[in-house]
Design a protein around this ligand. Structure first.
Ligand code: ARG
Length: 246
């Protein structure tokens, strides 16, 4: 019996060696936390897979690092906790660098600039950010839009898990305006009749990748990969695939 067992073991070992002779070294996972409700940065493609600028940049970074990208989709306001706890290696979610967030995570070098803009119904009397005082404003929970709305005098804030839901509330007259990032705003306005972006932007911001404080190895690797993708023009190529210059 013992002999049989060792024969089986040797055979199994041989087989596994054979199998692995042709296989490349196992890549370790690089887990990205995101909220795939934010086109064109991250959203669900027709087949349900997560696509967009961030998904492709993260894939390119993982490729640079020789690691296997794994995307974890969650609520936007759960991303920082996922990074802090180590459940995810990095948060890639069109995430704006803010002083507050810098207290809990580190940020990579910025890879995009953005703005918070205001979406209203066509014909709305809201024409500038100042006109938002006393109005009902829709935002995505935990975003910079939410944070800025909080500062508007006498405003009522309706918080949604998805930016798209805030836009829906606007088309249904449940809110007077939506504060959201400029590129998703353009996508949502193109998808819905009767709404528009007002000319004056609210704030200017920078997007970067969130990494657990103290994980300087990963931060350095991610920054090196971003620099390389910027220099090679690969990053711009990814952006151009999703955003057509006006
Ligand atoms: N830039 C804004 C922020 O950092 C909104 C980001 C929302 N991203 C998302 N994937 N839903 O707060």
């Amino acid at each position: 019996m013992k002999k049989l067992l060792s024969v089986v073991l040797v055979a199994a070992l041989g087989a596994s060696l054979l199998v692995c002779a042709g296989c490349t070294q196992q890549k370790s996972d690089l887990v990205m936390a995101t909220n795939a409700e934010f086109p064109p940065y991250e959203y669900h493609g027709d087949d349900g897979s997560i696509i967009g600028i961030d998904a492709e940049i993260a894939q390119a970074i993982a490729d640079e690092m020789g690691r296997n990208l794994v995307i974890e989709d969650m609520n936007f306001d759960s991303i920082l906790a996922a990074v802090q706890s180590g459940k995810a290696d990095m948060g890639v979610a069109g995430m704006t660098i803010t002083e507050d967030r810098l207290e809990s995570v580190d940020f990579s070098t910025p890879y995009a600039t953005a703005a918070q803009v205001i979406i209203v119904k066509e014909g709305s009397d809201i024409q500038t950010p100042d006109d938002l005082a006393g109005r009902t404003i829709g935002v995505q929970l935990g975003t910079t839009g939410d944070i800025y709305a909080d500062d508007i005098e006498d405003a009522t804030i309706e918080r949604f898990n998805k930016g798209f839901e805030a836009v829906q509330a606007l088309t249904q007259d449940k809110v007077d305006a939506v504060i959201i990032d400029n590129e998703p705003a353009k996508v949502f306005v193109a998808q819905n009749d009767g709404i528009k972006i007002i000319d004056e932007a609210f704030t200017y911001e920078e997007y970067a990748i969130a990494i657990k404080k103290g994980n300087t190895d990963l931060l350095n690797d991610v920054n090196a990969a971003i620099a390389k993708l910027q220099e090679s023009g690969e990053l711009q190529k990814i952006v151009d695939k999703y955003i057509t210059a006006e």
